[in-house]
Design a protein around this ligand. Structure first.
Ligand code: ARG
Length: 254
C-alpha cells in the first residue's frame, strides 16, 4: 500500500514537472487507428466552417496526410491563439492552421517543412492606406496571436492596433469603417472580396511567410512521417489538385 502511494506521488510529480511525454508517437497513433488534428475553422479559404463542416485547403491537406499515414482522422477546432499550447498538452497529434514558421514558435513546437508559402499585405477600402508609411496615424486591425500582429507592432506611428479573435471579425470592422486597414494573408484577402462581394484595396506583399504543420515538441516519429507524407503528396499530384481547387494555382514554396 505504502509503495503504491509513493509510486503515485512520483508519477504526479513527474507529470506536474512536464516530464511525462504528452504526445503520441507514430506507432501509438497507428495502433489506435485515428489521428487527432487541430485547427481553427475561421480562416477562409484555408480552414473554415461551411454549413457546419470543416473545409478548406488546410483541411484537405491534413486529411491527405492522415491517409498517407494509414489512419482515420478526427478534427478538433478551437481559437487560433490556443492551438499550439493545446498541442503541447496532448489535445491533438498535429495542428494545421496556416501557422507561419517563426523562431519563437519553433522553440515551443516542432514544424514540418513548409506546406505553402505566401505573403501578408495591407487591406483597405478603396483610397485607404497602401504602404506601411501610410499607416501612420491610422487604426489597424489584426487577428490576435498572428504574425500580422507581430508585424504591425514593428511599424512606426500606427495610432492603434486593434486585435480580433478571428480574421473575419477584423474584416467586418474594416467594412464598417471602424478600422482604417487590416493586415492579413494575401489569399484570405482575395477570398474576402469574393465571399463578401466587395471591392478592397490590396497593397503589395510585405512579408514572405513560410507556413508549417506543428507537432508537439520532440514528437520526432510523427514529424518524420508527416514530412514524408508531405513529400509524397507534393510529388504525386494530390497536393497540386487540392491547391488548384482552392486557389487556381499551386501555392507550394518555390
Ligand atoms: N500565418 C499567420 C500566422 O501564423 C496567420 C495564421 C492564421 N491562421 C488561422 N487559422 N487564423 O500567424
Amino acid at each position: 500500500m505504502k509503495q503504491r502511494v509513493w509510486l503515485l506521488l512520483v508519477l504526479m510529480l513527474w507529470a506536474s514537472l512536464g516530464l511525462a511525454q504528452r504526445f503520441r508517437s507514430l506507432d501509438q497513433i497507428q495502433a489506435d487507428g485515428t489521428i487527432v488534428i487541430g485547427t481553427e475553422g475561421a480562416f477562409p479559404p484555408f480552414n473554415f466552417f461551411d454549413e457546419g463542416n470543416l473545409v478548406g485547403f488546410d483541411i484537405e491537406i491534413g486529411q491527405a496526410l492522415a491517409e498517407r499515414l494509414g489512419v482515420k482522422y478526427e478534427w478538433k477546432a478551437q481559437a487560433f491563439d490556443t492551438l499550439l499550447i493545446a498541442l503541447n498538452q496532448g489535445r491533438f497529434d498535429f495542428v494545421i492552421a496556416s501557422h507561419t514558421i517563426t523562431p519563437e514558435r519553433a522553440q515551443a513546437v516542432d514544424f514540418t517543412k513548409p506546406y505553402y508559402c505566401t505573403g501578408n499585405l495591407i487591406v483597405a477600402l478603396p483610397g485607404g492606406p497602401r504602404t506601411p508609411e501610410e499607416l501612420k496615424g491610422k487604426v489597424v486591425g489584426v487577428q490576435v496571436g498572428t504574425t500580422y500582429f507581430e508585424y504591425a507592432q514593428t511599424i512606426e506611428g500606427i495610432k492603434e492596433i486593434k486585435t480580433y479573435q478571428t480574421n473575419p471579425d477584423a474584416l467586418q470592422d474594416l467594412l464598417n469603417q471602424r478600422i482604417d486597414a487590416w493586415i492579413t494573408d494575401q489569399f484570405t484577402a482575395l477570398e474576402a472580396m469574393k465571399q463578401r462581394d466587395v471591392e478592397l484595396q490590396l497593397s503589395d506583399l510585405l512579408v514572405r511567410e513560410e507556413i508549417g504543420i506543428a507537432v508537439a515538441k520532440g514528437n520526432e516519429t510523427l514529424l518524420a512521417a508527416l514530412n514524408n507524407a508531405l513529400d509524397e503528396i507534393l510529388a504525386d499530384g494530390t497536393y497540386a489538385a487540392i491547391s488548384e481547387k482552392w486557389f487556381g494555382q499551386d501555392i507550394r514554396c518555390k
